[in-house]
Design a protein around this ligand. Structure first.
Ligand code: PLP
Length: 377
């Protein structure tokens, strides 16, 4: 089976794990965690990083640090993975879903409308959580202006966009806080893990405290608040350091794979690729986490399903885009500002294998299968 985005692991990762095991630091925390946090903060260009057990944990603690309280609403993209909204629910707040624009990212006009609706209903907006869908950074020029005008903290869900840039800055350098993920299918992995990127030491210390069961500095176990067990282990941090050192190379491999798909399908009528146009790569650039396209079957002569079926029949994974969260049964009662864009993207979207570990032979197989659908159309 060729997966959408399988882990890309080499001898460098193996050596890092062995190094960490032999050092004797098997327990959570240790020198690999400290080094990983420094290297990650440097890579992103932000003063502090705290390594955590998952991107979801990073979102959860980020929302708590931002001061989100039970009863608040948190404005977030509808077109995202459930983890974004799950983290909101963990705090006792409610997600308030905002529809996408044609890029798949949060629509700034609808975000402004959601603020108005929250005010009209007397709801306190605890935070805004924009999501960089598939590794394409949101429109920060417009979104940040709207969020700042309302005086609400912004926690960027950069789980899909580590390594992407916007106007020369890293995706995870925006907002008061940003969460990244090292889940097995992301651009880099610690097999499972995440991190919160922050601006000041006080906040970083507070996150470390909350993530280690909120233990007060005392000889015995003293607790004055509810804590969590959310730290990343030293072994996994070693894996993360090796992955981070290879991240730019892995992103370049993903970029080249997208270019192959563009060569084949980029000029087809009725086919549109998500993400930045390839002739505009510069200060703003995607991390190419997943290559996704939207197909209008009436114009293209084939549908997203036609391609997905042929791929799946040949053991190649292909999937729709995220099902918008306002359509998910578990969030049916959540408030939402919706104009139909994410639903249309979901109906016509297709995500192709995009991992950096895909071999050249596998690429040729996939391209050949898609080509077969296109020439028959
Ligand atoms: C993967 C992902 C997460 C969750 O990260 P985990 O490390 O799997 O907990 C959160 N938000 C988005 C948008 C994601 O894609």
């Amino acid at each position: 089976m060729i997966h959408l985005s399988a882990p890309d692991v080499t001898e460098a990762e193996e050596a890092a794990i062995v190094r960490a095991v032999r050092s004797g630091w098997i327990a959570p925390l240790g020198p690999e965690v400290d080094a990983f946090e420094r290297e990650l903060a440097d890579y992103v260009g932000r003063p502090y990083a705290v390594a955590l057990s998952s991107g979801t944990a990073a979102l959860h603690l980020g929302l708590l640090l931002a001061g989100v309280r039970p009863g608040d609403v948190v404005l977030c993209s509808s077109m995202t993975f459930a983890a974004t909204a799950n983290a909101v629910v963990y705090t006792g707040a409610r997600p308030f879903f905002v529809d996408a624009d044609s890029s798949g990212n949060l629509n700034p006009d609808l975000l402004a409308r959601a603020f108005d609706e929250a005010a009209a209903n007397g709801w306190r907006v605890g935070a805004v959580v924009p999501v960089d869908l598939l590794g394409h950074v949101v429109d920060h020029d417009r979104i940040d202006r709207i969020v700042t005008a309302h005086g609400v903290p912004m926690l960027c869900d950069a789980a899909e966009s580590l390594g992407a840039r916007y106007g020369g800055r890293s995706a995870a350098a925006f907002g008061e806080l940003a969460a990244v993920s090292f889940n097995g299918n992301k651009v880099m992995t610690t097999s499972g893990g995440g991190a919160l990127l922050l601006n000041d030491k006080e906040s970083a210390d507070r996150i470390r405290y909350l993530a280690t069961q909120a233990r007060q500095p005392a000889k015995h176990y003293e607790h004055t608040e509810i804590g969590y067990n959310y730290r990343l282990s030293n072994l996994l941090a070693a894996l993360g350091r090796a992955q981070l050192s290879r991240l730019d190379g892995m992103i370049e491999r993903r970029r080249r794979l997208k270019l192959r798909y563009l060569d084949l399908l980029g000029d087809r009528p009725g086919v549109r690729f998500l993400g930045q146009p390839e002739d505009e790569v510069g200060e703003t650039r995607d991390n190419y986490w997943l290559t996704s396209l939207v197909i209008d079957p009436a114009l293209a002569g084939f549908s997203a399903d036609d391609i997905a079926e042929v791929l799946r029949a040949n053991e190649v994974e292909a999937r729709p885009l995220w099902k918008p969260l306002h359509l998910q049964p578990v969030f049916a009662d959540a408030p939402a500002v919706i104009d139909g864009t994410s639903e249309a993207l979901f109906e016509r979207g297709l995500t192709l294998p995009s991992g950096s570990a895909i071999t050249d032979e596998q690429v040729e197989l996939i391209i050949g299968l898609i080509h077969g659908v296109v020439v028959d159309a």
